[in-house]
Design a protein. Sequence first.
Lengths: 366, 524
Amino acid sequence: MELRYFIIRRLLLMIPTLIGLTIIVFVLMWSLPHTFLASAFINPKAPNRAQAILTAENQLGLNQGIVLAYLHYLGNTLTGNWGYMTLTTPIKFDGTVLSGIGLFFPNTIQLVIFAAILSILIAIPLGTYIGARPNSIADHSGRIFSLSFYAIPVFVLAVVFQVIFGKGVIAGNPVGIFPISGTFSISAINVISPPSWLVSGVGGVVLSQPTHLIIFDSLIHGDYALAGNAFMHIVLPVLVLTLSLLAGILRFLRASMVDAANSEYIKTARSKGVPENIVVKLHMRRNALIPTITVLGLLFASLLGGVVLIEDVFDYPGIGYLALSTILSGSIFGVLGTTFLFGIILITANLLVDITYAILDPRIRY
Amino acid sequence: MYSIQNLEDELNKNNTTNEDEYLKVTDLVTNFYTSRGIVKALDKINFSIRRGEIFGMVGESGCGKSVTALSIMDLVQDPPGRVVSGRVEIDGFNIFSDIKDLAKIKVKSETDVKIKRNKRAIKKHNFMLSKIRGKKAGMIFQEPSLALNPVLRAGDQITENILLHNKKNIADSLINRANLSLDDVKLVVDEVLKNKDETKSILNNWCRRNALVDLETQINSIFKNYTDPKEIENEIVSLIKGGLTLVDKASLIEARDYYDYKERMENLEIKRFAATEESDSELIRSIGAEEVKLRGTSGARFRSYSLKRIFTGKKVEKAFKTEANRRAKELLSLVSLPDPERIMRSYPHELSGGMQQRLMIAIALASDPKLLIADEPTTALDVTTQAQILKLLRNLNQLVGASILFITHDLAVIAEMCNRVAVMYAGSIVEQGDVLDIFDSPKHPYTVGLLGAIPTPQVKTESGINLHTIPGSVPNLITPPSGCRFHPRCSFAMEVCSKSKPKLVELEAQRKVACFLYTSEVEE
């Protein structure tokens, strides 16, 4: 009961947060020269440019003062009119920011979901194990592992992994079996007559139907060789992301396990005759997960930053790759759109963290 | 029945040297190995607690009262602390029988101590302790708000304890209840309605005969609340069959046998453990033989049962849980918590300090231990709540018959609560005896000083009430004073006091003092 009201309240609180986010993005936009903005807002394919600039100025409310201009911006954002952008990658694409995001975002989701699930699945049992045995050999190695991977920037890690595990980076390397760029190899498909569900395939970007995720789509259409090939392509980026996320979770879980182990209620549990493994798994871990979950929100934010870098290093067509190429090509509405999207993702992630927090810790009701 | 029962009785008889003594602590030494030196927190503590008595332990802060409590249950935080030597016999079983195997402690200097823990021995030790803790002795802590797990519901914290130790018992009462038919209930209802004056004794007999003792009060109140015999019958039947609607009798019996088998095997393991430490080879052999026999008759059956339990056991476990919940609610009313139904669902932070401490007591009592260790249970509570909790503990002592080790720094509480008392100073017991004797004629200079420090309105000087204190302060236990640890503060100190430590000797019956004013015996 109470939890339901809490969730509803948090969802309602998301609205002002999102409005704050639009204000920030709008201020970024407003600080630019208005003629530049107007010309960037035009569909590149529009026939009459002079007329189009006038229409764009009206649509953006550029000559109607900051308040009206903001309302115009809000209206445009909510109705899905996020402007236009150019892409350096040649691809079939209608030029709007939203459809650009639709093209690239699924690839990132795939990466992040694999990395998040993998790191949580490893970090929680491992953190429980080493946290329950402070100062043992397992604990020391776990700490060295997590501290080093927490400290090494992801792009460095990415490059190191490319060198060690990358296919063809070092000649004759027995572990160098993973491709280092793109989502699949051109050689894995018939270029002359590609399958009907694969539309356009230049520069690593393909549009596969129906999910836009090459692994799942090739599985759906029964092309297992291509699925395997695409899977090999995401191994390295997922590995790098997993390691950095895993290191963070492990560090905090271990610390809060040690904290919990020193508390009085653990003595109570032992004094009841609770077996040691249940003391650790129920009494200690349940309490230790609370601070860890809080940190997970912060880790997720740093993960998003890492994704941009990793996608660039691996030439992987995800949202980070999109953000970077819009910046490089000067497509200001592409930059604003991806910024807004990153904001939404962060806010949603924090909402999820807060809800998990409330489920785990009965004392929390904001 | 298994012949094993006889062996167990035999073992119990052998181990219990004095029928009266439930807890016997002998030469207990606990040290804390810190970076600043070794804190000699307990220096050969000796005392024993009889069945059913309330034993007080009093002293200044830092004198080792709480460490004593924790050491008895081997709950001292390690690192830095360790019980180094000594015996703690709970119900005849020495929980530190394997103390030499647990860790090798090499003392190079005060600040440089190497402790090599034997992980395998510690694992075994912990397993053995998990069968003793809770079942034989429960513990109540000083700060209930810290001692209750904040993320578990009150109900779950109580039932956890019940389900850990009492599964066989629960199965037994569930089976007994399943055996009762409606006719049995009809008979007793008729009988009671005919002889209304003897309601209590009839019900008492009936409940005892049918293993329904835990339901007696509820059945009594049904007779008070209803008059129509049909209604009474229905109410009693629904009460008795409460946990049984989900599960058939056959699987209950199977579960009972399984837990019985498990308990026997565990008991044998614990007995073997003790026998191994005392290298009683004949006993070890007979235990081994019994184990083989037990495994032969029931082992195969229950190996398959533990597999089956994964698939079909859920219903049985649910019946167990229901019954445990019912017992938990009963415990909550036993410790005078109102509205048990609601408390069961609450989290600790939703309860007040007094209610939390009552809950803590209910948890400690859940597995029906015969010893409660109460470590300053009222220190964190305000005075009125304190009085209620003390009253509750005293009532429980009479009702449940559990002995209580009551630790406090408050002499008034000791006087009110305890039968016997031990006075602790800097890690040693300096005086021990009947509460009245000690308050009437304290022997040890420290006890005299403690009692003198109680403010009384009569002692007035011109500047107002003159508060007596013992000069000096509690010594640093890293470098405790030589000889008698109290001698630097003692106004009767003699030459011998700084050289050797007096032994705790029996002056008269039940009266022990460790002071050279009364004895010349030296502790080696």
